[in-house]
Design a protein around this ligand. Structure first.
Ligand SMILES: NC(=O)c1ccc[n+]([C@@H]2O[C@H](COP(=O)([O-])OP(=O)(O)OC[C@H]3O[C@@H](n4cnc5c(N)ncnc54)[C@H](OP(=O)(O)O)[C@@H]3O)[C@@H](O)[C@H]2O)c1
Length: 325
């Protein structure tokens, strides 16, 4: 089969489509014929040698895919050959076939195309596990999402607005601000021209939950913007890993700071998140209240261009790679 390999680390030109051995479905796994996969910012880090796959994971990039079940490993029930699925992966989505633990499969929601479904597992599972299962965002509370038009941001804005929360976000341009508002944000702060702490305090009196992908560069201001009892969840480190924090601010607000990574979680934890997503989020796609936000679809052969698009941050939502069909 063909897969995107990384013979060396570096810029997007190191991504090479090559013939590689076929994966096999081990016990409890399902083999999927991949129709599409999607690019996540983590793939850019893996390509640069900064985010190695966890032990046992496929060496090829790709944290999600959609496709059709090709074979079932020993002991798998509930799925049949030919089922249309999408899957949360620990790697290996940039390939014609991938083996995935059965607990990480989801059916393709009705009304969503097989290609669009590739854009869902990573962002939905990340947002659901962090904003809802961990930070327990409540209806009426205020969520601040950094990067409101990122893959993660477009899903966080939709999910929180549908939940009855007030959603504010940061974006890099006026165009992106309009897109975030159209998805359900009450206010999109243009972080290059405006101070998000000032705006969020003025509009909503602060944030109950902050979903942050900047890390160090926003730590102090993220704590400043929290209301009493606020929860800051750091899921990305685009702004660096080390920062100083005045703990007094946390104590007086009785606030908490969390850091999480989905990819490194054990399969059983991923399966629990996937099951919660299927029960609590998938009906929203089936009813048309939620939708995948796909910026563009490129063929797998143009994977380098897809990485450049994400690096340039000109996109809104997800960049999908079409693998077959
Ligand atoms: N921990 C986990 O389990 C987990 C899982 C999935 C993703 N993530 C993380 O979530 C983040 C988003 O991932 P993604 O795949 O959705 O990436 P993405 O689509 O490439 O989005 C990143 C966005 O960040 C925005 N941004 C850059 N600098 C900013 C700043 N100073 N303030 C506010 N926004 C800024 C950019 O938009 P503008 O043009 O608006 O600047 C860009 O579109 C990444 O850090 C990723 O590593 C973590």
């Amino acid at each position: 089969m063909r897969a995107v390999t990384l013979p060396s680390y570096g810029d997007a030109s190191v991504l090479v489509l090559a013939d590689v051995p076929e994966p096999e479905a081990g016990p409890g796994e399902v083999l999927v014929d991949v129709v599409a996969t999607a690019v996540n910012r983590a793939d850019l880090l893996q390509r640069q040698g900064l985010y190695p796959p966890p032990p046992g994971a496929s060496p090829y990039p790709g944290l999600e895919c959609s496709g059709r079940v090709a074979a079932l490993g020993e002991g798998v029930t509930g799925w049949a050959v030919g089922d249309e699925v999408c899957a949360l992966l620990s790697g290996g989505g940039y390939a014609e076939r991938v083996a995935v633990p059965a607990g990480q499969l989801l059916p393709v929601p009705s009304g969503v195309s097989l290609q669009e479904a590739a854009a869902l597992p990573e962002v939905v599972c990340t947002v659901w596990s962090n904003v809802f299962l961990l930070a327990r965002l409540q209806p009426g509370e205020v969520l601040l999402v950094h990067g409101g038009t990122s893959g993660i941001g477009t899903m966080a804005v939709q999910l929180a607005a549908r939940h009855g929360a007030r959603v504010l976000c940061t974006v890099g341009s006026p165009d992106k601000a309009s897109r975030a508002v159209a998805l359900g944000a009450e206010r999109a702060v243009r972080y290059r021209d405006e101070d998000f702490v000032e705006v969020v305090r003025e509009v909503a009196g602060g944030a109950d939950v902050v979903l942050d992908s900047l890390g160090a560069s926003y730590l102090g201001r993220n704590v400043q913007v929290l209301r009493t009892g606020g929860r800051l969840v750091v899921i990305g480190l685009m702004g660096g890993t080390r920062a100083e924090l005045d703990l007094a601010a946390l104590l007086s607000k009785r606030a908490s700071v969390h850091g999480t990574s989905l990819r490194s979680r054990p399969a059983a934890e991923k399966a629990a998140i996937v099951a919660a997503v299927r029960a609590d989020v998938w009906p929203g796609f089936e009813r048309g209240e939620l939708r995948p936000v796909v910026d563009r679809v490129l063929p797998l052969a143009e994977v380098a261009e897809a990485h450049r698009v994400l690096e340039g941050s000109g996109h809104v939502g997800k960049v999908v790679l079409s693998v077959s069909d």
